[in-house]
Design a binder for this molecule. Structure first.
Ligand code: NAP
Ligand code: ZN
Ligand code: ZN
Length: 354
């Protein structure tokens, strides 16, 4: 297989800092699009992978799945995009395309295992995939999104993961005008959840531990803010919400939020992966026909729907643009919830590195 050397930023072992390294990308195949990456968002998942939070990783690990850039090459079979177009790539770069999930546009739940943008099995190279902390990426056109032209490109990048991960549950649980939605945690996912739920016409409440974020939440469109550490404030929203999107990345007690769900309400976990502690109490679930659910990113059609919606409603992420070389400080700040509200890497900094 023909390959090209591409400059990237990644880590070669657990515990090592990210640094500049070379990776190989396949030369453009029949249905491939080659994209010069202009911006890449920094998702908390990138940090989970680098820190080994989710088990054994494949190295070198090149994170990044909030990718926007410009098309610089196309295979002869490509019809959707042409050289010069803007393009986006999210968390998936392939799937089997034939299973029941794929046939329903739910590639994220591919029964044969979708190919994630980094650390996934790359059927072309036989190795693993490399993400967007790099100069270029080559992706089958079916997994490339069209980017609205009216939006700030750097601020579009986080829509490719933070946007779709919150959009998908909002759509699945049919949020619309009059729905009462709450969001737990004001970070990358949380701030997009507020904007998108507001865009769909919902009444939106933020649950946060951070008093300092209260004003920002209102500026982002929240109708109310509840300090999750204040029992009186929690009691005041008892039985209120149709849908709660829980974006908290680490283990936390979900039980206090269940009592804020209305009858038939659902709390959907999108952040933390793993066993819940303390134990989830079934009594309020049974007494109120309430659900606790999970949700993973979104399919390609749904991602395009979200991008088009953002184009129409002028919705983008709130971002802080950083250089590739500042990624360690960005991770350190993300760990302290000190991000307003998504870091986005200007990939020109990788090219211009001394
Ligand atoms: N399901 C999916 O498909 C999917 C997709 C992308 C990301 N994720 C995951 O979603 C999670 C959130 O990602 P993100 O990029 O939005 O992260 P983020 O920007 O770091 O935001 C997380 C927010 O959660 C709150 N928080 C952080 N630590 C907490 C703790 N120990 N206890 C309670 N609250 C805490 C903070 O909000 P306050 O300061 O307001 O409390 C923080 O701003 C990560 O675990 C990520 O891996 C899942
Ligand atoms: Zn992500
Ligand atoms: Zn499939």
């Amino acid at each position: 297989m023909d390959t090209k050397k591409v400059k990237a930023y990644g880590t070669e072992a657990l515990g090592q800092d990210l640094k500049e390294l070379d990776i190989s990308r396949r030369a453009v195949l029949e249905n491939d699009v080659e994209i010069e990456i202009l911006y890449c968002g920094v998702c908390h998942s990138d940090m989970h992978h680098v820190h080994g939070d989710w088990g054994k990783e494949k190295y070198p690990l090149v994170p990044g799945h909030e990718i926007v850039g410009r098309v610089i090459g196309t295979g002869p079979g490509v019809t959707k995009l042409k050289i010069g177009d803007l393009a986006g790539v999210g968390c998936l770069v392939d799937s089997c395309r034939t299973c029941e999930s794929c046939k329903k546009d739910l590639e994220q739940y591919c029964l044969n295992g979708s190919t994630v943008t980094y650390g996934g099995y790359d059927k072309h190279s036989g190795g693993h995939t490399f993400g967007g902390y790099s100069e270029k990426i080559v992706v089958d056109e079916q997994f490339v999104l069209k980017v609205p032209l009216n939006l700030d490109l750097a601020a579009v990048a986080p829509l490719l993961c933070a946007g779709i991960t919150t959009w998908s549950p909002l759509r699945h649980w049919k949020v619309g005008k009059g729905s009462k939605v709450a969001v737990i945690g004001l970070g990358g996912l949380g701030h997009m959840a507020i904007k998108l739920a507001k865009g769909l016409g919902a009444d939106v409440t933020l649950f946060s531990r951070s008093k300092s974020k209260e004003k920002d939440a209102f500026d982002l469109g929240a109708d109310a803010v509840v300090m999750s550490t204040d029992k009186n404030q929690m009691d005041a929203v008892s039985s209120k919400f149709d849908l709660i999107i829980d974006t908290v990345p680490y283990i936390h007690d979900v039980n206090p939020y269940i009592s804020t769900l209305s009858i038939d309400g659902t709390l959907v976990l999108v952040g933390y992966l793993g066993g819940l502690e303390p134990i989830l109490n079934s009594v309020p679930l049974i007494m109120g026909r309430k659900s606790v659910a999970g949700s993973l990113i979104g399919g390609l059609a749904e991602t395009q729907e979200m991008l088009d919606f953002c184009g129409e409603k002028n919705i983008v992420s709130e971002i802080e643009v950083i250089r590739m070389q500042d990624i360690k400080q960005a991770y350190d700040r993300m760990l302290k919830s000190d991000v307003k509200y998504r870091f986005v890497i200007d990939m020109a900094s990788l090219k211009n590195q001394q």
